[in-house]
Design a binder for this molecule. Structure first.
Ligand code: FAD
Length: 429
């Protein structure tokens, strides 16, 4: 380990005003010596929570960023979604509509007076190290003003990348897919169930989106095939017209061959197969690559170990996003201030290469222990207190309920008011 010398960093550029960028800005502003700026391509804060019925291009011809669907309720209770220093408004329900999350993020931005530091309708086009031979380089950032089409270039001492990870669809490998004549869609572009009335629809993938969309379609479709490769069937009771089947192997004109060599007739397929990490604006000289869902080479899932003046918020998945973003943002601020020790690049590379975790799961933390260990490790290093226990306990209860009672798990409400030494009172509606 070598100690990062105290540097007088002045300017910090932040890419994106979703939850990650907003809390990065809030933490950066808490240190007076920094001058931050966020560039945001949209015209408001909120990122993926800004619902739009559009599914292809925005008014400037860029791909739609948001993956929200019209009826989406959160899959985590608001009590553990909240940033630790800014609770959601009181309200009976724990699982809330996406519009309430967007409003929460707008309230957060207002409360911490973040808006004046954000340039809306500004899209980052290129980020390059000013001096690739200096590990603590500044960054040259090319920005397009979408309103007048002009581009400008400026230099920043540090850059925090918060561009989100739920907008570039990952597509499955299906033999002869072009033969299938029905409707094909990635969950990124799913908005409403109306097109699926009376259909036989395959929902491919049984993670958060797949399960949720299958339940929504079951209300209108004739049959929903929940197709997945899990070694065992999803244990919960499902609506009577939802059938669990094996993963899809190949396509025919009127349906799909499954991995157990059976065939199902179908009118439509929705790929709930996840998303890719992409950073289209990073030049190759930034030294960041993505290999089989692993972003290389990141120290503690967030710091570019080749150039520690570049960091990323929100890479880990299967987490409680906002609280994790908040701790990551604090850590990044501490690092930029020079209060955190940064190991050598080669040591971080070696550690990633020697990890026994498969690349595609490298950034998966999960709420059964690993997220807590990760956060507490960061907090110990920063010498700050840990999150209240309920941030770790409630998600475990939620996930067990989801597994065994998928159709009902959002009917429970969680109260943190009565918590005493980690004790949680759970209300049932
Ligand atoms: P985003 O919200 O995607 O924000 C990224 C921002 O960067 C966007 O505003 C985008 O416009 C901007 N940007 C990107 N590229 C550029 C560029 N080149 N130039 C300028 N700006 C750029 N989390 C929960 O806690 N609970 C839930 O119930 C939940 N449900 C979800 C359901 C769905 C369908 C999805 C997709 C996600 C869900 N999440 C949920 C996870 C959610 O993604 C995170 O909570 C969080 O909002 C992610 O914030 P972010 O800032 O990382 O990314």
């Amino acid at each position: 380990m070598n100690t990062v010398q105290k540097r007088k960093m002045k300017t910090i550029g932040i890419i994106g005003a979703g939850a990650g960028g907003l809390c990065a800005l809030r933490q950066v502003l808490s240190e007076e010596q920094f001058t931050p700026l966020i560039w945001e391509q949209a015209d408001e804060v909120g990122g993926t929570w800004i619902y739009t019925p559009d599914i292809e291009k925005d008014e400037y011809g860029y791909p739609i960023h948001s993956s929200m669907y019209k009826n989406l309720l959160t899959n985590l209770p608001k009590e553990v979604m909240a940033f630790p220093d800014f609770p959601f408004k009181e309200g009976e329900k724990s699982f809330i509509h996406h519009t309430e999350v967007l409003q929460y993020l707008k309230d957060y931005a207002d409360h911490f007076k973040l808006i004046p530091w954000i340039k809306f309708r500004h899209r980052i086009e290129l980020v390059e190290p000013v001096d690739p031979n200096n590990r603590y380089t500044k960054w040259r950032i090319t920005v397009k003003n979408l309103k007048d089409g002009s581009s400008s270039v400026s230099e920043y001492d540090a850059v925090i990348v918060c561009n989100g990870h739920y907008f570039e669809p990952r597509y499955p490998d299906i033999d002869d897919l072009e033969l299938f004549k029905g409707k094909k869609l990635h969950s990124h572009s799913y908005r409403i169930p109306d097109d699926y009335h009376g259909t036989k629809t395959v929902v491919l993938g049984a993670s958060a989106s797949g399960l949720d969309i299958a339940l929504e379609l079951a209300k209108v479709a004739e049959k929903v095939y929940l197709s997945h490769n899990h070694p065992f069937p999803f244990p919960s009771k499902l609506p009577p017209n939802v059938f669990q089947v094996k993963g899809v192997k190949g396509a025919k004109e009127n349906g799909f061959e499954l991995k157990d060599d059976t065939f199902i007739e179908a009118d439509a397929i929705i790929y709930c197969t996840g998303y890719e990490y992409v950073f289209p604006f990073l030049s190759s000289s930034c030294n960041i690559t993505v290999e089989d869902n692993q972003v290389k080479t990141l120290y503690k899932h967030m710091i570019n170990s080749a150039f520690p003046t570049m960091s990323f918020i929100g890479i880990p998945f299967q987490i409680c996003p906002f609280p994790l973003f908040d701790v990551q943002a604090q850590y990044i601020v501490q690092l930029i201030e020079g209060n955190i020790q940064m190991p050598l690049h080669d040591d971080v590379v070696k550690e990633m290469e020697q990890s026994s975790i498969p690349k595609k799961h490298y950034h998966k933390l999960g709420i059964f222990g690993k997220q807590q260990m990760y956060l507490e490790d960061l907090q110990r290093e920063m010498k700050v207190g840990h999150l209240p226990q309920f941030y770790h306990q409630i998600p475990k209860i939620v996930i067990l309920r989801l597994f065994f009672s998928l159709m009902d798990f959002k009917k429970f409400n969680y109260s943190t008011k009565e918590i005493n030494d980690g004790e949680i009172q759970i209300e049932e509606r």
